[in-house]
Design a protein around this ligand. Structure first.
Ligand SMILES: *Cc1c(COP(=O)(O)O)cnc(C)c1O
Length: 482
């Protein structure tokens, strides 16, 4: 921590207070806390006056980088702008209690049912559940459908989930959590799935294949129909990681490509805030043959046209989330879809892809492009050999971008590209912002030649410079010690 930044603890001064409470005018409660459970000493809390407290939190908020204060091209995370109208709408539902009888919240149920329908339309699936709380949670939920499907048919040997090495890192983890053995297959030189390796990998033990498309290389899988055919003919099911749906909305649909089950991330494609651990939403869509296994409750309609929560699904995988998912997130995403409409969603994807290709082409010659073909919503570039000969690597470029006012791209991911920088501009950004970012990237490449030491010193504008990342990860100190 740089010395000019003082923490709230360091500003503490005994006896200072930021509040002034009236005297208590009710009898104090006598708490029967067993002796062994009582704190032996009073808590050590910082003591400050109101102005110091206000400055502390205000300054903290200014150090927080978000989409609302700068360009945030964090690849694979789709940090698009979240329109404020979405934020206005969600609190209108704050007073609805999740335990209300269905007859008291028909509007909420209708919203969720309509949302499920719109997602089916966008993705080409037959049914959606809105319950999973994140993308990875959606993967687990989706894979549980695949497991239930095989088990229900008595096909008990199908225990292997095939995952290409260009898949998102959550894919193999979710497959293992769902009880599958993970078989990784390598990518072909063009960045797509290696079809020969896939033919080799499938067999009577194949439960399915998880495909991230567009892949973490930002590339659309060219052989998708052939892949679907190979896996289906081997008796496996196809899982589509649709967290990168922002590249394809209104253009192609996973359901039409032959996929049986998929998830999407509302907190990426459908413009709800994310970062800092949530809340998110990872709805899961399935084709007809997987509907019986969907999590309960399902929203259903009775003979009088009233909506209700249906728990009577004997083959369900069960309940995967308290209540009905992160309802507030669903409301925001619903508003976003309704405001854009079918045409607007398609334009969003077109512009997301255009922006990524624009950046990739502007950086050509200054940075290397390992898979140099038209990309989707994100592109992967690396420092050139010359930059690295000067001792400047991807992490240095990322740090130098911070001083220039940008959130760095995703770095060292995907793992299959050495020194990767994965840049996802999203459709929200104007060409002027893209140009400024490209100038910053070029400026860094220039500075590598003139003053590499300055790049190694970056960032100089943040309270913390370059923490020892290995020690920080292995031995984190998560509380202030004084
Ligand atoms: C973000 C992402 C995930 C995981 O989503 P979370 O909500 O972070 O769990 C999975 N796959 C891909 C391709 C992603 O980009």
């Amino acid at each position: 921590m740089r010395s000019e930044y003082k923490l709230i603890f360091e500003r503490s001064h005994e006896g200072r207070r930021a509040y002034d409470l009236p005297a208590c005018d009710v009898p104090s409660a006598i708490l029967e806390i067993p002796d062994g459970m009582r704190a032996k000493e009073p808590l050590k809390l910082p003591e400050l006056g109101e102005v110091d407290l206000v400055r502390h939190y205000t300054n903290l908020s200014r150090r927080n980088f978000g989409v609302d204060n700068g360009f945030y091209p964090l690849g694979s995370c789709t940090m698009k702008y979240n329109p404020k109208i979405n934020e206005e709408l969600a609190p209108m539902f704050d007073d609805v209690h999740p335990l209300l009888d269905a007859e008291m919240c028909q509007g909420c149920l209708a919203l969720m049912r309509d949302m499920e329908g719109m997602l089916c339309e966008i993705c080409g699936m037959d049914a959606f559940t809105l319950q999973p709380a994140a993308g990875a949670h959606g993967e687990l939920t989706g894979l549980m459908h695949i497991r239930a499907y095989h088990e229900h048919r008595g096909d008990l040997e199908r225990k292997v989930m095939i995952v290409p090495d260009a898949a998102h890192g959550t894919n193999p983890a979710s497959a293992a959590m769902a009880g599958f053995k993970v078989k990784e297959i390598k990518s072909a030189p063009d960045g797509g799935v290696d079809l020969d390796a896939l033919r080799e990998a499938v067999g009577p033990d194949t439960a399915g294949l998880m495909l991230t498309n567009p892949s973490t290389l930002g590339l659309f899988e060219r052989n998708i129909k052939e892949i679907a055919k190979i896996v289906h003919e081997a008796g496996g099911l196809l899982y589509y990681d649709g967290a990168n749906l922002n590249a394809i909305m209104g253009i192609v649909r996973p359901g039409d490509m032959g996929f049986d089950v998929m998830h999407i991330n509302l907190h990426k494609t459908f413009s709800t805030p994310h970062g800092g651990g949530g809340p998110g939403s990872g709805p899961v869509g399935v084709k007809k043959h997987l509907i019986p296994f969907m999590p309960v409750p399902r929203i259903a309609e009775n003979d009088d046209g009233e909506l209700f929560l249906d728990y009577d699904k004997p083959e369900t995988i069960g309940k995967i989330k308290s209540f009905y998912g992160n309802f507030g997130v669903i409301v925001k995403a619903y508003c976003y879809i309704r405001s854009l409409g079918a045409k607007g969603l398609k334009e969003a994807s077109e512009n997301a892809v255009l922006n990524a290709n624009y950046i990739m082409n502007q950086l050509r010659g200054v940075y290397d492009i390992p898979h140099d073909r038209i990309c989707m919503h994100e592109c992967v570039v690396t420092p050139t050999e010359d930059m690295m000969a000067n001792g400047v690597h991807t992490s240095d470029v990322a740090k130098a971008l911070i001083d220039r006012g940008y959130h760095p791209p995703t770095i060292y991911f995907p793992l299959i590209v050495h020194e990767a920088m994965m840049i996802e501009p999203t459709e929200s950004e104007s060409v002027e912002t893209l140009d400024e970012f490209v100038e910053a990237m070029k400026g860094i490449a220039d500075q590598v030649k003139s003053d590499p030491a300055a790049i190694h010193a970056a960032p100089v504008t943040t309270p913390v410079g370059r923490p020892d990342e290995v020690t920080a990860a292995r031995k984190p100190i998560v509380k202030y010690e004084w």
